[in-house]
Design a protein around this ligand. Structure first.
Ligand code: DHB
Ligand code: FE
Length: 292
């Protein structure tokens, strides 16, 4: 059967993608950001999964105010990097896994989460920046991402957005779905977005290091408590775009210590943890957890 063995969490700041695409990663400003991912790139090479289930948010690229799916699963054979106004990023196209994605859709919908099924979409920085951070610079034509990717888009842009609690429960349903797929596949689940940032309004530029790090501690060791953090706390403490962090709880809910809403099993191993300010207007957070 298929199994989730590890989860990866990372911010997806678009300026990070631009720094890579414009070969600025060794500049003083960017060097410490990318240094935090040296370990991760080697880990990804040493532990390449068969499939990445990548939880991210679309930023009015594939969806807009005409159509706002709360949870959308990409079932296509491939996904093109989107044009977000500066042309598509020069990165390889994303190869999907239609069989596993369709199976997860079937299983998760039967577990009472009503997913939107997306058979065609382009993927923006929310998905391509985490891939670039974890996999390094790749030629858009000659190279390929190291494995197929199932994009899973969450609405955290237009209210009402889903609660952390709902995301955490969904992660548990996704793990059940993966474990009922009848093929030996090693699957990693990624939660992306965050950490504290606010891109608009009077508090634009807000960063809250203390809150971010306390949230990371709790996400690791008390995921049930973390899942119960209300929206208003994210917005008040981590800024309006800090709400992206609820997506990390989908990946955390899919880890093996969580069963029937409780974290009773052995806590996952923290194999890497990184936090840095600033990257553009944002705090960057990153974790890799392996099942114990
Ligand atoms: C920015 C955009 C994002 O989507 C994000 O999560 C962080 C930063 C930006 O435009 O700087
Ligand atoms: Fe974002």
């Amino acid at each position: 059967m298929a199994r989730i063995t590890a989860s990866v969490y990372t911010s997806h700041v678009p300026a990070i993608g631009a720094a890579m695409d414009l070969h600025k990663t060794q500049e003083d400003y960017w060097k410490p950001v990318f240094a935090g991912y040296d370990f991760s790139r080697q880990w990804m090479k040493d532990n390449t999964p068969d499939v990445v289930f990548l939880v991210y948010n679309d930023h009015a690229t594939a969806f807009n105010l005409d159509l706002i799916p709360t949870f959308a699963i990409g079932t296509a054979a491939e996904f093109r990097p989107a044009d977000e106004g500066w042309g598509p990023r020069p990165v390889p196209k994303v190869i999907g896994h239609p069989e596993l994605a369709s199976h997860i859709a079937q299983s998760v919908i039967q577990q009472d989460f009503d997913l939107t099924i997306v058979n065609r979409m382009d993927v923006d920085h929310g998905l391509t920046v985490p891939l670039s951070l974890m996999c390094g610079e790749l030629d858009p034509v000659r190279d390929a991402w190291p494995c197929p990717v199932i994009p899973f888009a969450v609405n955290v842009v237009q209210y009402p957005v889903p609660s952390g609690r709902r995301c955490f429960a969904l992660g548990q349903a996704i793990r059940k779905a993966v474990e009922s797929f009848d093929e030996d596949l090693n699957v990693h689940i990624w939660g992306t977005g965050g950490m504290s940032h606010q891109l608009q309004g009077a508090r634009a530029g807000l960063i809250n290091r203390a809150w971010d790090n306390a949230w990371l501690d709790q996400m690791i060791s008390d995921p049930v408590g973390c899942a119960n953090v209300p929206h208003i706390d994210y917005v008040r403490e981590a800024g309006s775009e800090g709400i992206e962090l609820v997506m990390w709880l989908i990946a955390r809910g899919a880890m093996a210590d969580v069963n029937e809403g409780k974290a009773t099993g052995p806590q996952p191993r923290v194999v890497h943890r990184f936090y840095h300010v600033p990257a553009s207007n944002t705090a960057v957070g990153h974790l890799i957890l392996e099942n114990a």
